[in-house]
Design a binder for this molecule. Structure first.
Ligand code: KIV
Ligand code: NA
Length: 261
């Protein structure tokens, strides 16, 4: 059954939280079937599905479209909708945009950085918020690990604590040293969800395209559980061969009588 933000919060120190991204209805259907705890409709959609160089090209309209598609495929799974770049610049703009994602089907929203007044405003308006610190791609100049120096590590730690204090019920820690992620996870009372942050977080998130082996780049900290690129190419090649050699659709018409359906 669909988990609420309170259920996810209660999983801290009890059971690791599984999270995958999804952007489309058929993938969302499969993920719900798999029993994944949470689906994130991330603004990574801009890079892994739309072919942009960064997530900064993604708009609130794009996010509404994808949140809606994912909700139609996964009616009983907790869905987090990402607030895209600039959509959360001030508390009032953020509230309008968060409400748009909730209306499109999200159960909660995620936003990058220690925007404490924004988080507090959304939470006090009844919108569950997931924080995100460490590497924050909307504003990062590179995709390098964050927190290798002691001053950087200190900032990530302080930001995580502030994000919790502002009212977030969960927080993503992206691409930070594993010992730092472990320390932050122990210091916080809300669940931490790691990506490139080691095994000591309260949960893990993986971009579905990375897990599938779909795309042209997968971060080194990701894992490919399949080779979907190869599978799609193989299917398309077989189809082209059958059309060009006049096998398809003759082979299905002849044997299954599909022309009468
Ligand atoms: O947009 C996204 O998919 C994310 C995850 C990588 C955490 O924010
Ligand atoms: Na994101």
């Amino acid at each position: 059954m669909k988990m609420l933000s309170s259920d996810l919060l209660a999983m801290k120190d009890k059971k690791p939280i599984s999270m995958l991204t999804a952007y489309t209805c058929p993938i969302a259907r499969c993920l719900e079937q798999s029993g994944v705890a949470v689906i994130l409709v991330g603004d990574t959609v801009g890079m892994v599905e739309m072919g942009f160089e960064s997530t900064r090209e993604v708009t609130i309209e794009h996010m509404e479209y994808h949140v809606g598609a994912v909700r139609r495929g996964a009616k009983n799974t907790h869905i987090i909708g990402d607030l895209p770049y600039m959509a959360d610049n001030d508390p009032n703009t953020a509230l309008i945009n968060a409400q748009r994602l909730i209306k499109a089907g999200a159960d909660s929203v995620k936003l990058e950085g220690a925007k404490l007044d924004v988080i507090a405003h959304l939470v006090s308006s009844g919108i569950p918020v997931v924080g995100h610190t460490g590497l924050t791609p909307q504003t990062a100049k590179s995709f390098k690990k964050v927190g290798n120096t002691s001053s950087e590590a200190e900032k990530v730690t302080v930001d995580a604590k502030k994000i919790q204090a502002a009212g977030a019920f969960m927080i993503v820690l992206e691409h930070i040293p594993y010992t730092l992620a472990d320390q932050i996870t122990q210091a916080l009372s809300i669940p931490t969800i790691g990506i490139g942050a080691g095994s000591k977080c309260d949960g893990q998130v993986l971009v579905i395209n990375d897990a599938l082996g779909l795309g042209d780049y997968w971060p080194p900290f990701s894992k490919q559980y399949g080779k979907i690129n190869e599978e799609i190419t193989k299917i398309a090649r077989e189809y082209c061969y059958e059309v060009e050699s006049e096998m398809f659709p003759n082979n299905i018409i002849q044997f299954t009588g599909t022309e009468n359906r």
